[in-house]
Design a binder for this molecule. Structure first.
Ligand SMILES: NC(=O)c1ccc[n+]([C@@H]2O[C@H](COP(=O)([O-])OP(=O)(O)OC[C@H]3O[C@@H](n4cnc5c(N)ncnc54)[C@H](O)[C@@H]3O)[C@@H](O)[C@H]2O)c1
Ligand SMILES: [Zn+2]
Length: 372
């Protein structure tokens, strides 16, 4: 059954676009695409849909049917599921597909999938013929609340994640929360870490609301999902509007928990710990660090840990990592916020507000790997 849809506007001058959030409305993506692109019914529409092998059935197929029904010429390409698809080689194969499809400057690229598909397809759209219009239909919670908002696209270099990329805002985003019915439980819960992060960094009322809706979160209740996705998109859209190209420092607030998380992900071997799981643990370490520096009450750390635990996320550093101090610090020094060896952390001073703090000595950083 489909419930009412909600639209979040991303306000970026000439690059503004809508995010349409609903439950069971993926089948309207054809008509929405025509309306976003201001294409009348009789005007031609050509669309390359990029998806992955897990999302192809039933979601990318449903998107294709919807586009076919509005007279579009479509082709669907499924890349292998997983981070490995975010490569220059895969992008190059997709350029070949666009050539073969006789794509021109009016051809649309559509991503139907998680963050991997979104980043890859967005990068191809940003670069082919100096930029094709791009539409996203994210199908993981992480992609719905994070990677599909903000216009960052890219692929990985063998030496580093997301090293090759471009800013390219979509023409529209359709979020059908019913597509998450096929999403594995662990992937879903990992996405909730970024949702809880928004509450801590920007919105105490949202954090309170999440605490009051734990059952709905765990059941993936459609109304709860809609509010979770809409509020998260609004908050990220606000940050992006204020700092679209990450030049003013504000966008950095989104990195709360991430300096620790990147180290945990790297040490556990990518894939062992999902990004959202590492962020969950990283937020708790960050909040402990803020408490050690006298910036926040430890009861606020407890509140975060309680909520994260209630939605099934880990909050303790895996024991195998406790003694790996040098390796953890080395990863942190590679973090993009680190300038000239000065570790910088986004730290809360209360639930709903964070600041970027530098000049923290490494012993204090490491002391927060364990609770008191
Ligand atoms: N551009 C940005 O601003 C931004 C922000 C955050 C993360 N990212 C990127 O996003 C990527 C991670 O995204 P992700 O967590 O969505 O990973 P993902 O795209 O790999 O999806 C996770 C897994 O779920 C599967 N899947 C996706 N949707 C499904 C569905 N509805 N049903 C069943 N299976 C489904 C995928 O095939 C994959 O196996 C990373 O590459 C990260 O760098 C980008
Ligand atoms: Zn993240």
């Amino acid at each position: 059954m489909s419930s009412p849809e909600q639209t979040v506007q991303v306000d970026l001058a000439s690059r503004s676009y809508d995010i349409s959030i609903g439950h069971g409305h993926l089948g309207t993506i054809g008509s929405l695409t025509r309306s976003w692109l201001q294409l009348a019914d009789e005007q031609p529409l050509k669309c390359l849909i990029i998806t992955d092998t897990n999302v192809m059935q039933p979601h990318a197929t449903a998107a294709k049917q919807s586009l076919d029904a509005v007279g579009a010429e479509t082709r669907v390409i499924a890349v292998n599921a997983g981070e490995g698809a975010k490569s220059l080689q895969e992008a190059s194969d997709l350029y070949d597909q666009l050539v073969d499809f006789r794509a021109d400057r009016k051809t649309i690229v559509m991503a139907v999938g998680g963050g991997v598909v979104g980043d890859l397809a967005g990068f191809v759209a940003a670069t082919y013929a100096r930029g094709l219009r791009f539409i996203q239909a994210p199908t993981t919670l992480l992609a719905m609340v994070d990677s599909s908002v903000g216009g960052k696209t890219g692929v990985n270099h063998p030496k580093g994640k997301n090293l090759i990329g471009a800013f390219h805002q979509p023409a529209g985003v359709l979020i059908d929360t019913a597509t998450m019915e096929t999403l594995p439980e662990r992937e879903y819960r990992a996405g909730l870490a970024e949702v809880i992060k928004y509450g801590v960094i920007l919105d105490v009322e949202f954090f309170d609301w999440l605490e009051q809706n734990i059952d709905g979160l765990n059941r993936r209740d459609p109304d709860v999902m809609r509010h979770v996705v809409a509020r998260s998109c609004e908050l990220k859209a606000w940050v992006v509007r204020e700092d679209e190209y990450e030049t003013k420092g504000l966008r950095a607030v989104l990195n709360y928990g991430h300096t620790y998380a990147h180290a945990f992900e790297a040490l556990s071997g990518y894939g062992q710990l999902l990004h959202g799981e590492a962020v969950s643990i990283g937020m708790i370490c960050g909040s402990r660090l803020a408490a050690r520096l006298g910036r926040i009450n430890s009861s606020d750390t407890e509140r975060q840990a309680k909520l994260l635990t209630a939605v099934g996320l880990p909050v303790e550093v895996p024991s195998a990592m406790h003694d790996q101090h040098d390796a953890i610090l080395n990863c942190m020094l590679l973090d993009k916020k680190t300038v000239a060896g000065d570790l910088k952390f986004v730290l809360p001073d209360r639930i709903g507000h964070v600041e970027t703090i530098g000049g923290i000595d490494s012993d204090t950083v490491l002391a927060c790997l364990a609770g008191d």
